[in-house]
Design a protein around this ligand. Structure first.
Ligand code: BDR
Ligand code: CA
Length: 319
């Protein structure tokens, strides 16, 4: 167990946040989850926090959950109920829990978890929602910086958008926060739309999972089917399980390809607000770029490892 990574996940569950957490829960040999913080994004802060609490119990994780930012740094919050459903989890009912959030101040919670680590240990931050909490953490408690090994986030795109032609949801939701994170100088792995476009679950696989007699497979498969039935996926063969790219990258970096490059975020009010500007020019200035932009993944392997994680978790919880 010594080689496990310390993990703090910051999320807005969210169908694909749930799938990401399922992957993490399936691999206790790789991840030591110190806690989960929530941020308003796919749904309101109250809903995503309730979802995180229910999911930890459902996935057999005994980890604290802290509630985070209700709104982005400078703008009102916008949800994505059209894609994630009224309950944020594709209207799939995850059993209720008595668990309560340990704090309603995720930024202090994250600081305490990080600074409480034994000397010499560091943490990997895995944000899969808007970056509001993480930006506040880095600004308010800069002492955490040296204890952060890397930030493996889902967000952005080198050449793609989903909310606008050029902006991805998590970054568009709070570009000011995203800018703070990308400008922080900390090592960042950006799992953006270029790579998550290769991280799909096809209709057949989703149906098989949903029809399984096993509770994790049934829930994950049914959530992905909700995605596939949403207007965003009409006539498309597969649904992207964006957030799961983060933990699958940590588990299997060999199936991903990326390039280090400078990334800046457009915080203007223009039509490119929220765009992650990735400088892939061969003529860009030379430098040690701290952001690895993932650009490609082995689609078949991604699906294989995702499905494997779902079945592994079912088997462990059954036994
Ligand atoms: C991202 O936006 C959210 O809707 C998903 O959970 C994912 O984090 C994809 O653009
Ligand atoms: Ca998310």
């Amino acid at each position: 167990m010594e080689n496990r990574r310390n993990i703090l996940m910051d999320c807005d569950p969210g169908i694909d946040d749930a799938a990401a957490l399922c992957v993490a829960a399936a691999h206790p040999e790789a991840f030591r989850i110190l806690g989960i913080s929530t941020v308003a994004g796919n749904q309101t802060i109250e809903t995503v926090t309730e979802n995180a609490l229910r999911l930890t119990q459902f996935f057999g994780l005994d980890v604290p959950v802290a509630q985070g930012a209700k709104v982005p740094l400078t703008r009102p919050a916008k949800t994505a109920a059209d894609i994630h459903g009224k309950n944020g989890l594709g209207d799939v009912e995850i059993p209720k829990t008595d668990r309560k959030a340990v704090s309603d101040n995720a930024v202090v919670f994250l600081r305490d978890q990080i600074m409480g680590l034994p000397k010499g240990e560091r943490v990997t931050l895995v944000p899969t929602g808007p970056l509001t909490n993480i930006a506040l953490l880095l600004k308010v408690f800069p002492e955490v910086r040296e204890r952060v090994e890397e930030i493996v986030l889902m967000g952005g795109g080198a050449c793609k958008g989903n909310v606008t032609p050029v902006s991805e949801f998590n970054i568009f939701a709070d570009p000011e926060a995203a800018s703070i994170v990308f400008e922080s100088g900390l090592p960042v792995v950006m799992c953006g739309l270029d790579v998550t476009g290769k991280c799909g679950v096809d209709r057949e696989t989703a149906k098989e999972l949903a029809g399984s007699g096993k509770k994790i497979a049934r829930a994950v498969g049914s959530m992905i089917q909700f995605y596939l039935n949403s207007p965003a996926y009409r006539n498309r063969p597969a649904a992207y399980v964006h957030d799961a790219a983060t933990f699958l990258y940590l588990l299997h970096p060999e199936i991903f390809r990326g390039e280090r490059m400078p990334v800046s975020v457009d915080c203007s009010d223009g039509i490119t607000r929220g765009m992650t500007i990735c400088d892939a020019r061969p003529t860009r200035p030379e430098g040690e770029y701290h952001t690895l932009v993932l650009l490609d993944a082995d689609e078949k392997k991604f699906l294989e490892y995702l499905v494997e994680a779902v079945h592994m978790l079912d088997a462990r919880l059954d036994g």
